[in-house]
Design a protein. Structure first.
Length: 498
């Protein structure tokens, strides 16, 4: 049986929980002052009224409680007030009713791996624009990586992220802090203090901690907090100068190749380090790309080690062929590989080896992506397209069901980052109303010009997609509404939808 490794240890209690709970309260106020919808939300909050919504006839899927049935849900005062048949009796004056026949209502989606670029790289993305993209994609919580400038490697910078999010974000933002100072892989950062300040996990994402000695000490320090360490699995000496997968396409294009073993060696090393720790920390391998990595994680989990793995939409759908003609939009880290790797990754999701889905949302400006292939930065945006792309690669393919997909995007990442302790990742009566309403059959074509994030670097432009979030609720506040929902909504004079 796979280990129950994603639940937080008992040491994850008052300090980090208090900081994160502060975010749970204040994010209900979040807004982007430049946007009309955000101003409407702010006006609503000024009147201390989050509105009352009656969502009728949705297929409510909550994997945490094994709920999967068609019923009604009432949201009022920022919380789920009732679930099921009794919900039809609840009808507050001025409530907004949504006809959700044929739609799925899930816990708010959670992305444990995003790059919001703030501070230091605001020309690519900001907390305001990145969380707007998140809301459109159905996400109610995101965990932002520390490869900013400066890196998030002090308690003060952890608090800075919360403060900025409270001013401008459309969803909850939880910082992942650096494991080493400056993300340089040399000296351990103030892990305990950053945990107390509200860091929900630790990572040097963007770089791997190359030194096994430093890595072992970071693991031991992170273990004391009960948090997870998220590893960017890249052996640096094997990837120096490489810009794409080592294969036939890189050879034809005359580009240096990035071998699978650069990823696999780090995971193998880290698993061995964990085996020799008396109390190993929870370990999470980010953005898996190699079939061999799946095998290593499968064996570690079989042996009961607290190891999890994550996969992105692009690594499930695209191969290195997407980089042909020097297409920089398909240049990512780790690189797109081959069909055999996609098959292994999907199998890993289907058999429970891979339990987390993340976007690795990595915005870059058009100017940066227009550079020659070897000079262009790695990464693509994913928050606005993750849901339909995961549905295409995993549900439409028959690998998993909608309930399992939702679990991989809600309760599983919540457990990884300790957010389940805050009531996130599930639907319960009396609990904070972070919810995503999904139309699983909506068909649409991705137009980068219509995307709301600051950067538009996606290789999926023009792709025909099926499924999308039509409404996103954060703390009972409607932070995104698709135009298709208008005909399903009955409004009243006292409570109109923004």
């Amino acid at each position: 049986m796979p280990p129950r490794d994603t639940k937080p240890m008992k040491t994850r209690h008052d300090t980090t929980r208090n900081a994160a709970e502060a975010a749970l309260v204040t994010t209900d106020d979040q807004h982007d002052s430049s946007d009309t919808q955000a101003m409407a939300l702010r006006a609503r909050r000024r009147s201390d009224d989050r509105g009352c919504f009656i969502i009728r006839g949705a297929r409510v899927i909550d994997p945490a409680s094994k709920l999967d049935r068609v019923c009604d849900i009432v949201v009022a005062e920022g919380k789920v007030q009732s679930i099921g048949s009794g919900s039809r009796k609840a009808h507050a004056d001025g409530a907004t009713e949504i006809d959700a026949d044929g739609l799925i209502l899930s816990p708010g989606l959670i992305d444990p791996h995003v790059h919001l670029r703030e501070p230091g790289h605001e020309h690519k993305e900001t907390i305001a624009t990145g969380t707007h993209a998140a809301a459109v994609g159905g996400f109610t919580s995101v965990c932002c990586m520390p490869n900013t400038s400066p890196a998030i490697d002090t308690p003060e910078l952890v608090r800075f992220i919360y403060d900025r999010a409270n001013l401008s974000a459309r969803c909850r933002v939880f910082p992942v802090a650096a494991g080493t100072k400056g993300r340089e892989g040399k000296e351990i950062a103030e892990i305990l203090l950053m945990h107390r300040a509200g860091a929900v996990a630790f990572s040097d994402d963007g770089d791997c901690i190359a030194s096994a000695g430093v890595m072992s000490r970071v693991f031991a320090a992170v273990a004391q907090t009960g948090s997870a360490f998220m590893q960017h699995c890249q052996e640096p000496t094997l990837t120096q100068g490489a810009s794409m997968h080592a294969g036939t396409v890189s050879a034809r294009l005359g580009l240096s190749g990035w071998p699978r073993m650069a990823e696999e060696i780090i995971i193998e090393r880290d698993v061995r380090l964990l085996r020799h720790l008396r109390s190993p920390c929870r370990y999470h391998a980010q953005h898996l790309s190699s079939s061999g990595s799946v095998d290593i994680i499968r064996l570690a989990r079989k042996d009961g080690l607290p190891v999890t793995g994550e996969v992105t939409p692009h690594h499930l759908l695209l191969t290195h062929d997407a980089c042909d003609h020097y297409n920089t939009l398909a240049k990512v880290n780790p690189p797109l590989r081959e069909k055999s790797d996609i098959t292994a990754l999907i199998k890993g999701v289907a058999d429970g080896t891979i339990t987390i889905l993340g976007t690795d949302h990595a915005p870059h400006s058009a100017e940066e992506k227009s550079l020659p292939f070897e000079d262009a930065p790695m990464g693509l945006v994913g928050l606005e397209t993750a849901l339909p792309l995961f549905a295409e690669s995993l549900v439409a393919s028959g690998a998993i069901s909608w309930p399992r997909l939702i679990a991989l995007m809600t309760i599983e990442p919540a457990r990884l980052c300790g957010l389940d302790a805050l009531g996130l990742g599930s639907i319960k009566k009396g609990q904070t109303a972070d919810l995503t309403l999904i139309d699983p059959k909506a068909k649409w074509t991705l137009d980068p010009a219509a995307m709301v994030g600051k950067s538009k670097n996606t290789p999926f432009a023009g792709r025909r997609l099926t499924g999308r979030a039509v409404a996103t609720f954060v703390g009972g506040v409607l932070t995104h509404q698709d135009d298709a929902l208008i005909d399903r909504t009955t409004e009243s004079a006292s409570h109109s939808m923004p």
